[in-house]
Design a protein around this ligand. Structure first.
Ligand code: FES
Length: 399
């Protein structure tokens, strides 16, 4: 009866074990979702609405107090006996009716407070299964809401909220299905009183989404949106289908004081960082105002120069990095970019997350390891990203 015996945990696990055999939706501890409806938002965007089980409700509403706009869920889906894990953005906010639902009809089929809706672009095994094959009433295991792509995470916002009643403008830039995490964020930002601008680059037109933007525009005069359809030149910003310096400047926003949220293809994000670097090449770093959604694909174990802490329990030996052209050297026991900055050496960079490619440079010799993929390089000449690579031996860069 001593030495760690904890009867309440054994009881809950035992009850869960029995309960799961009686009904897959039932659990005291594991958050689960049951599919209750599918909606087509556009040619390439499907929304799935789920009823939440008791464990999800309790942990989300009682412990977390709901979820934030911009967060996502990690699903664990079993297909043909194999489990797959995928991340999907949550649409809208808890306690808020989805804009496409009629509040006199569908909302009564399941209390809005006890449902959660995600959006999926059908492309690949799991998303195809979820959007086309999974029968209604099927149950999936899920994480609790996750993600840092939220209004709360912005240092610029926190600063302004405490110092100044006037909230800073927010610019949301989305490409294709990258719009999905923005849906809840934009609603939340508008109800908080922000001036909000949306740029959405897309190949397809979604009348449901357009309707939502127009509704928000009617309700909030401070909301402006630009839908750029890549095949329709009349919708282009500053005459181009791509994100450009001219396009950003044409928005007439005080960019240095604007928080930018971006989600989309690597090309779109790289274009954004490139444009930001051109607009503020030196002092006011517009890139520092950019927050990118990458569904948790961050450098969890390594100091990337942001708010993440480097886990010193992971053994990383110290090695020397030598910059051949500049004839500078520094010690590195973290990512090469962070190590350079610790040594007061400035290297080109943008996102610090392996997305924008602005930190890419040529390695002359030495071995590096990519902390996102775990891939170890060869020891010869090759192109590397300094923000996501650590030195495994002494390294010479062509910088
Ligand atoms: S700083 Fe963006 S990829 Fe390295």
């Amino acid at each position: 009866m001593t030495n760690g015996y904890r009867p309440e945990i054994i009881q809950r696990a035992f009850i869960d074990f029995i309960g799961a055999r009686l009904h897959p939706f039932w659990s005291l501890t594991t958050p689960k979702l049951r599919l209750i409806a599918r909606y087509t938002l556009s040619d390439d965007l499907i929304a799935l609405r789920f009823e939440t089980n008791r464990a999800f409700k309790q942990q989300v509403s009682e412990v977390m107090g709901g979820w934030q706009g911009g967060q996502y869920l990690d699903f664990r889906v079993c297909i043909d006996g194999v489990y797959h894990q995928r991340s999907y953005s949550i649409v809208g906010l808890a306690h808020q009716l989805l804009w496409w639902l009629d509040d006199t009809t569908e909302s009564h089929t399941a209390d809005q407070r006890h449902t959660v809706t995600i959006t999926i672009k059908p492309q690949g095994l799991v998303s195809d299964y979820l959007t086309k094959q999974m029968p209604l009433a099927s149950v999936v295991d899920t994480s609790l809401p996750l993600g840092q792509f939220t209004l709360e995470q912005t240092s610029i916002l926190r600063q302004q909220i405490s110092e100044n009643d006037k909230l800073i403008p927010l610019l949301f830039i989305a490409g294709g299905s990258g719009i999905t995490p923005m849906l809840g964020l934009i609603t939340q930002a508008l109800s908080n009183g922000h001036q909000v601008t949306l740029l959405h680059y897309s190949r397809t037109v979604s009348s449901k989404l357009q309707h939502q933007w127009q509704q928000l525009n009617n309700a909030y005069p401070d909301f402006t949106y630009h839908l750029i359809h890549t095949e329709e030149p009349t919708t282009y910003l500053a005459g181009t289908r791509y994100l450009s310096v001219e396009g950003l400047l044409s928005l007439n926003l005080p960019l240095a004081d604007t928080q930018i949220f971006a989600c989309g293809s690597q090309a779109l994000l790289a274009g954004l960082y490139k444009a930001a670097a051109e607009i503020t090449p030196t002092e006011e770093q517009l890139r520092d105002n950019i927050i990118v959604e990458n569904f948790g694909n961050v450098l969890a174990d390594f100091d990337n120069g942001s708010n993440q802490t480097f886990d010193k329990t992971i053994p990383v030996e110290e090695h020397t990095v030598y910059l051949r052209s500049r004839q500078r050297r520094f010690s590195s026991d973290t990512t090469i970019l962070a190590a350079a900055e610790n040594a007061d050496v400035r290297l080109a960079h943008g996102c610090r997350q392996g997305i924008c490619q602005l930190c890419r440079c040529n390695k002359v010799s030495g071995v590096v390891k990519n902390v996102q993929t775990g891939k170890v390089s060869g020891d010869g000449y090759e192109s590397i990203q300094t923000c996501i690579n650590i030195a495994m031996t002494d390294v010479v860069l062509d910088v």
